[in-house]
Design a protein. Sequence first.
Length: 370
Amino acid sequence: MGFLDIRNVTKSYGNVEVLHRVDIAVEEGEFLVLVGPSGCGKSTLLNMIAGLEAISGGEIAIKDRVINGVHPSKRNIAMVFQSYALYPNMTVGQNMTFGLEMHGVPKPERDKALASVAKLLQIDHLLDRKPGQLSGGQRQRVAMGRALVRNPDVFLFDEPLSNLDAKLRVDMRTEIKKLHHNLKTTIVYVTHDQIEAMTLSTRIAVMNKGFVQQLGTPKEIYDTPANVFVATFMGSPAMNIIPATVVMEGGQPHAAVTDAEGQVQHLRFSQPGLVAWEGKPILLGIRPEAITDPEGADRKSGNIVALKNRVTVTEPAGADTFVTMTLSGKDAIARMRADANVAAGQSFDFAVNMEKAVAFDPATEDRITA
């Protein structure tokens, strides 16, 4: 039982089920991010929590109170929209306290809440301005402030940063993180941006085609993805997925892959349980940062494997250099330091941290846990 319980929830339009048996228990003070591509069902689920969409099956409860059928205004939730949804004819202060006024909160209490939240968000000097006189970042703060003054049980954020430019998005991400740290509020946050999901959340629900693919901490999602979809959706650049075969060498399971010249190379696994897959095809998953030059390899790892291969492309990216090679007929990306001495066309000695490698079943695309 959580603070916010989503129990076996489904959503259908006619005979078409678009959300399939979602089960999530959100604890008080948790920051849950729903992340996935467009059309995965994340905004539909958020709207069902808010009461803007009817629940087709299952139930949603806040503090053990089932809210199926409860009017949105009676749920004690606050929502921050992508479009800000500010009243253009009202001042910032009026926008922020309008909800309190509609709920009959006396003016002294409204003014006290407004002053406190405006100071917290550093917009106390903007209270007499109209939304049209504000920047995008200021409007987003006002929209957040309108939610904060109500002191709701749950905050819902629907892609609140997608209308902002890149720098402002980073700044606002930091502000939201600070707010959550200071106020310990319970937040459900929808985004398609996996960087937002990783940096903001205490837990992430990765969604695709109406299903929750994996629910876990950012570290769990990143290091041990449940399937190929999660592995490739979370992380930039995406995890390398390389066709391989499990072979035994010296009593240890290895991934047999072919290099750019068609030569077979063996990469020793750290998971002894993969012995059960001897002779079988798998998909080998390796994050780009787990493939480096020998000097940049993780010194704490007990399983760094040498891999000699030809470099296809190098892409300088400021602090990093991304290096592409061919493994088993697929492009594989390595993430190296900016000063790594590597060039396209050369035969290079890569260092692969196989402690970070994961294996997937090619038939189901699920991670092999044995």
